[in-house]
Design a protein around this ligand. Structure first.
Ligand code: PLP
Length: 401
């Protein structure tokens, strides 16, 4: 690995040359089943023909003009996201953290424009992940990420997940919004039950707070519907998207109601790159595929098959898998061994997963994966489980002796 790269990541010693559907290939031809999807990003798999064609054609025409000009592709993507969600307006940026920053700015501006500038605080939840910018570190409130970066950005209060009493107690006259992931991703695929999401919506209504849903990971079909909030039958005031939105092209978005973004005027928020022609072309191409009739039925059908198969592995290998959880293709295995050992064991069988908190490994296949490739994945994961189980039994025997 190059000495020139800053040592921000503990990278696996693997490099890929190309990808096709759910598979990644190294330069020397080794094939891996990609159940990491670049951390829930490549929602349509690798080299999807429709995305490749759209990007190739656009690349030959125009890449970037800035938001000083009209961008028809941006208007089109905004229109489609609005049509298929609760929202009235969309804003485009480049990443999840940037989308969340913008969401908090919009919420603060909403109250300040209404003559209530004292309402600026945002309540977030233990185990959350909202990104790595200074303010999103404060929102995330993970000691490990905050350490050494100076004073924590002001204005975030934290309560335990799924504790409505604590949430109510944390609300003060300074509270502007509640920000939550419908299913915590980095936190280890920890779900917020439907009735809790509904209660949070109601609490926000009662206290006239804005509800911000961070759907950076859960959005764009990951859970088997376009947006995870649809399962709960509630709507947020503001929602953020990124990961799957561009199918691998960096793009983020903030969706809001007209009311929630009523404080925003020309000049209050902006970005140079956000919503550029290439990113919007990618986003539109992703939506072309996801909005095809039956797309989400297919995701739900194949993901329940996959989950069932994983649950069978959990039954068969109780010394290896403690629990399988999640929704759609946003799944995690809670491991009985160290999660990075589980991740390494399935990688030895050429299946890629992503570790998360609470000793989990996320399995996030592309939404388009055919059942036969899921079946192959299960076989390979089972081979890893057999080895881990044999090792666990050997270790236990060694301890007993
Ligand atoms: C990944 C993630 C983010 C941060 O997105 P970046 O693009 O890495 O800035 C924020 N929120 C959630 C829920 C995420 O999963």
């Amino acid at each position: 690995m190059s000495e020139a790269l800053m040592s921000t990541y503990a990278r696996t010693n693997l490099a890929f040359e190309r990808g096709e559907g759910p598979y990644l290939y190294t330069a020397d031809g080794r094939r891996y089943l990609d159940f990491g999807s670049g951390i829930a990003v490549t929602a349509l798999g690798h080299s999807h023909p429709h995305l490749v064609k759209a990007i190739q054609e656009q690349a030959a025409k125009l890449w970037h003009v800035s938001n000083l000009f009209q961008i028809p592709e941006q208007e089109k993507l905004a229109q489609r996201l609005v049509e298929h969600s609760f929202a009235d307006k969309a804003f485009f940026c480049n990443s999840g953290a940037e989308a969340n920053e913008g969401a908090v700015k919009i919420a603060r501006k909403y109250f300040s424009a209404k003559g209530q500038p004292e309402k600026y605080r945002v309540i977030t939840f233990d185990g959350a992940f909202h990104g790595r910018t200074l303010a999103m570190l404060a929102a995330t409130n993970n000691k490990k990420y905050l350490e050494g970066f100076g004073p924590v950005v002001e204005g975030f209060d934290h309560v335990p997940l799924n504790d409505l009493k604590a949430l109510k107690a944390a609300i003060t006259p300074e509270t502007a919004a509640v920000m939550i992931e419908p299913i915590q991703g980095e936190g280890g695929i920890r779900a917020v039950p439907t009735e809790t999401l509904r209660a949070i919506r109601q609490i926000c209504d009662e206290h006239k707070l804005l509800l911000i849903l961070d759907e950076v990971q859960t959005g764009m079909g990951r859970t088997g519907k376009l947006f995870a909030y649809e399962w709960a039958g509630i709507t947020p005031d503001i929602m953020t998207l990124a990961k799957g939105l561009g199918g691998g092209f960096p793009v983020g978005a903030i969706l809001t109601t007209d009311e929630a973004c009523s404080g925003i005027k020309p000049g209050t928020h902006g970005t140079t790159f956000g919503g550029n022609v290439m990113a919007m072309t990618a986003g539109n191409a992703v939506l072309d595929v996801m909005l095809e009739p039956g797309f989400f039925d297919g995701v739900q059908k194949r993901s329940s098959y996959f989950r069932q198969q994983l649950a069978m592995l959990a039954d068969r290998y109780p010394e290896v898998i403690e629990e399988v959880r999640g929704q759609g293709f946003l799944l995690a295995v809670k491991s009985k061994c160290v999660n990075s050992d589980f991740q390494a064991a399935i990688r030895d069988e050429h299946v890629l997963g992503v570790t998360a908190s609470d000793n989990t490994v996320r399995l996030l296949p592309p939404l388009t994966i055919p059942e036969k490739d899921l079946a192959e994945g299960i076989q390979r994961i089972e081979a890893a489980c057999q080895k881990l189980q044999a090792k666990a039994q050997k270790d236990a025997a060694g301890e007993a002796a």
